[in-house]
Design a protein around this ligand. Structure first.
Ligand code: NAP
Length: 300
């Protein structure tokens, strides 16, 4: 019995759970695959913070109740993932300028009962390319996709000095939404922004004078690993930096095609790390010990 109590105490100390432990969460569906609990709990442990991060799978129609529940329980904040990045905006008190423009939230901060929405995917993207020695400043980017993550990347890249961004998306809600907000993003950032439907000729032309090509669609993600958003592989050029936001699989068909064409490439694994690090800072006011977290969970 005494031995069990010792093990319990040691396990508890390791997990850092006390009567005062505060909650941080993740709302989405599915969430079981998420690496966020590992990343944040490791960072809390490293910094000896009395916080615990838990993932909650929220059924369709239950998001508002889940938000009220977390707020009532005094959670200091939470992440939001697919499919709720847009819907969550309805249940928040305030949105950051980037989240308002993107109409997408992946991080909520509970400021004494006031729920503030932020989008950190774009910050994660910028920090990850900078780590690879690529600067967005003065560059032209072609971006495939106009969903939550793509718009966050678009907004952050425009604000951080991209010269021109050409977005491709099929006609529909995402296309119409982006069309509506594009002039405002362009006005605020001074970046030239173009929106196209998929068309091989337009895509080839825009990629031809682009420095960076980004996939912000799920095309190529597990289990559809044989698919790529690029059909004509002759449109790659060797000066193109090709970025796939997907990190599962680590090497998508798009990354394989780009490597074969001699391009530098990067997947979305470190975007995931740095969007999490940015959320961590918003909740705790502290820097995430990214090198330790990277070494443990993000080894390429
Ligand atoms: P989302 O809001 O659902 O947006 C998906 C986008 O992809 C939309 O523009 C959608 O267009 C387009 N799309 C989906 N299927 C398509 C198809 N078959 N053909 C053409 N376009 C298609 O999702 P999200 O949150 O932005 O995520 C997008 C991708 O980024 C996912 O692969 C996700 O795993 C990845 N991601 C990575 C990170 C990271 O940290 N690395 C963070 C967030 C997201 P329609 O609206 O017209 O369908």
């Amino acid at each position: 019995m005494a031995v069990l109590q010792t093990i319990d105490r040691e396990l508890n100390e390791y997990m850092n759970i006390t009567g005062k432990t505060k909650l941080v969460g993740l709302l989405g569906n599915p969430v079981k695959h998420s690496i966020s609990p590992l990343m944040h709990n490791e960072a809390f442990r490293q910094l000896d913070m009395d916080l615990i991060y838990l993932a909650f799978e929220v059924e369709n129609g239950n998001l508002e109740k889940a938000v009220q529940g977390l707020k009532s329980l005094g959670a200091i904040g939470w992440n939001v993932t697919m499919p709720y990045k847009k819907e969550i905006c309805e249940y928040l008190d305030e949105l950051s300028p980037a989240a308002r423009v993107a109409r997408s939230v992946n991080t909520v901060i509970n400021k004494n009962g006031k729920l503030v929405g932020e989008t950190t995917d774009g910050i994660g993207f910028i920090r990850s390319i900078e780590e690879a020695g690529v600067s967005i400043s003065g560059k032209k980017m072609t971006l495939m996709g106009a969903g939550g993550a793509a718009i966050s990347v678009l907004v952050q890249s425009a604000l951080d000095g991209a010269r021109e961004i050409s977005v491709f998306n099929r006609k529909g809600k995402s296309y119409d939404n982006l069309k509506e907000i594009l002039p405002e993003i362009s006005r605020v950032s001074g970046c030239t922004l173009n929106l196209f439907e998929y068309d091989e000729q337009n895509l080839a032309r825009e990629i031809n004078d682009s420095d960076i090509l980004v996939n912000g669609t799920p095309i190529g993600m597990e289990p559809d690993t044989e698919k790529s958003p690029i059909v004509d592989v002759s449109i790659f050029h060797k000066d193109l930096f090709v970025y796939d936001m997907i990190y599962n699989p680590e090497e998508t068909m798009l990354i394989k095609q780009a490597k074969n064409a001699g391009c530098s490439t990067m997947n979305g694994l470190h975007m995931l790390l740095y969007q999490g690090a940015a959320a961590f800072e918003l909740w705790t006011g502290e820097q995430m010990p990214v090198e330790i977290v990277k070494e443990k969970y993000f080894k390429r």
